[in-house]
Design a protein around this ligand. Structure first.
Ligand code: SF4
Length: 362
C-alpha cells in the first residue's frame, strides 16, 4: 500500500505542481538564480526530498501539462511544503550546484560539460545523438558533436567539490556515438574512470558485439544502464528511431551478458511508462527481471522540443498500476526496481523499501 508521500510523488509525476511567489522567491534567492536549468527532459523540474523520508522527486512545474496542477509548493516559517487536497507535507528543496553558471578558463560554463542532480554528476561526451528517438530532446536540441574529454575532467572535479551540492558519483550518458566515434567514447570512459575514485556508471545503447561488456567491466565501470525504453515492437519501431536497428533480441543478448559479467541487480534498463499500453510495459518488466536486470520505471514527460511535445504524460492511476504490478513481478524474479541510488530516484518511479539494496553513495 502506497504511503501519503509516495502518492504525492506520483501525483507530481503525473500533473506537476504550481509554485507560490514566496516559494519562487526563496528558490531563486530573490530572483538571483533560475528556478531550474531546463537542460534535460527528465531533470528540468525542481528536485525535492520529502522531509524525514528517503523519497526524492524532480517535480515539473513549467510544462503545459502542469497548468492544471493541484499540488502547490509553498514556503512559510523557513520551510517548504507541498499542499495538496487540504493536506500539507513538508519537503526540502535540493539546490542547484554553485558552479552552474561559472566559467572555465576558456570562457565556457562548467554546466555545459557537467551537471549535478541531487548527488550525481552527469556528463554527455556526445552532444546531440546519432539516433533521434521521438521522446528524447537530445537530437532535437543540439547538433551531433564530440566534446573534449579534458573539459569533462575539470568540470567533474568542480562538481565533486561543489560547496553547495557536492556530487558523490558520476554518470556518463548523453547521445549515442556514430560507429566511427565508438573508439572516442571508449577513450572517454577509460579516462574518466581512471581519473576519479568515485563510482562511474554508464548509460548506453546496446552494441551488437556482446563482448564489449567484458571490456567495460575490465575498465572499472561500476554499473550499466542499457535502456530498452519500450517493449511493444510496433510502437518502438515508430518512436525509437535508429536505436531499433539493434533488435530487441540484440538488446537482450547484450543485457544477458552484462548480468553475467556485472552480476544480478548491477545492470538496469529504463522502460518508459505512458507511450505504450501498461500491459506491454509490464511484459518488459517481466522479460528484464527474468534475466536479472533491474527495470527502471520512467514516466514519459513531454519535452517541448520533441515531436511528442503535445502528448500528455501518463495519469496517476496508470502510474500506480505500473508501479504496483511491477513490484509483484520483480519480487517473483528476485530483483528490485532500479536505480539503487536513493537520491537518483528523483526522476524514476522507485521507492526505497528499507532493504540494503537502496543506498546513498558515500
Ligand atoms: S538513443 Fe538515447 S540519447 Fe539518443 S535519441 Fe534515443 S533516447 Fe535519446
Amino acid at each position: 500500500m502506497l504511503k501519503p508521500p509516495e502518492l504525492l510523488k506520483i501525483e507530481l509525476m503525473a500533473n506537476g505542481m504550481k509554485i507560490t511567489e514566496k516559494a519562487k522567491n526563496e528558490l531563486t534567492r530573490g530572483g538571483k538564480i533560475p528556478l531550474s536549468l531546463f537542460e534535460y527532459a527528465t531533470t528540468s523540474g525542481i528536485p525535492l526530498q520529502f522531509h524525514n523520508t528517503n523519497i526524492f522527486i524532480n517535480s515539473h512545474f513549467a510544462e503545459g501539462f502542469c497548468k492544471n496542477a493541484k499540488a502547490v509548493l509553498d514556503f512559510n516559517d523557513n520551510s517548504f511544503s507541498l499542499n495538496f487536497e487540504g493536506k500539507s507535507i513538508r519537503v526540502e528543496s535540493i539546490p542547484l550546484p554553485s558552479y552552474f553558471d561559472k566559467k572555465n578558463k576558456k570562457g565556457k560554463e562548467y554546466g555545459w560539460f557537467a551537471m549535478t542532480h541531487t548527488d550525481r554528476v552527469r556528463i554527455s561526451p556526445i552532444a546531440g545523438c546519432s539516433f533521434s528517438c521521438q521522446f528524447c530532446d537530445l537530437s532535437y536540441s543540439s547538433k551531433y558533436k564530440k566534446r573534449d574529454v579534458n573539459n569533462f575532467i575539470e568540470s567533474i572535479e568542480i562538481a565533486l567539490e561543489d560547496p553547495i551540492l557536492p556530487a558523490k558519483h558520476i554518470l556518463i550518458s548523453g547521445g549515442n556515438p556514430l560507429p566511427k566515434d565508438e573508439k572516442y567514447i571508449d577513450r572517454v570512459y577509460k579516462k574518466i574512470i581512471k581519473s576519479f575514485d568515485e563510482p562511474v556508471d554508464i548509460m548506453m545503447v546496446a552494441r551488437k558485439d556482446i563482448n564489449y561488456v567484458d571490456e567495460l567491466y575490465s575498465w572499472g565501470v561500476n554499473e550499466l544502464s542499457v535502456n530498452l525504453e519500450l517493449f511493444n515492437q510496433e510502437i518502438a519501431g515508430k518512436l525509437i528511431i535508429g536505436k531499433n536497428k539493434i533488435s530487441q533480441q540484440g538488446y537482450f543478448n547484450f543485457l544477458k551478458r552484462a548480468v553475467e559479467v556485472f552480476g544480478k541487480n548491477n545492470v538496469r534498463s529504463i522502460l518508459l511508462i505512458g507511450l505504450e499500453p501498461i500491459e506491454d510495459t509490464l511484459k518488459g518488466v517481466e522479460a528484464l527481471s527474468k534475466i536479472g536486470v533491474s527495470p527502471v520505471l520512467s514516466p514519459f514527460q513531454p519535452s517541448p522540443k520533441t515531436p511528442l511535445s503535445q502528448v500528455p504524460p501518463p495519469n496517476k492511476n496508470q502510474l500506480i498500476e505500473a508501479y504496483e504490478k511491477s513490484l509483484e513481478i520483480v519480487k517473483k524474479w528476485g530483483v528490485k526496481l532500479g536505480p539503487k541510488c536513493i537520491p537518483c530516484h528523483h526522476n524514476t518511479l522507485t521507492f526505497p523499501d528499507g532493504s540494503e539494496f537502496y543506498e546513498y553513495t558515500k
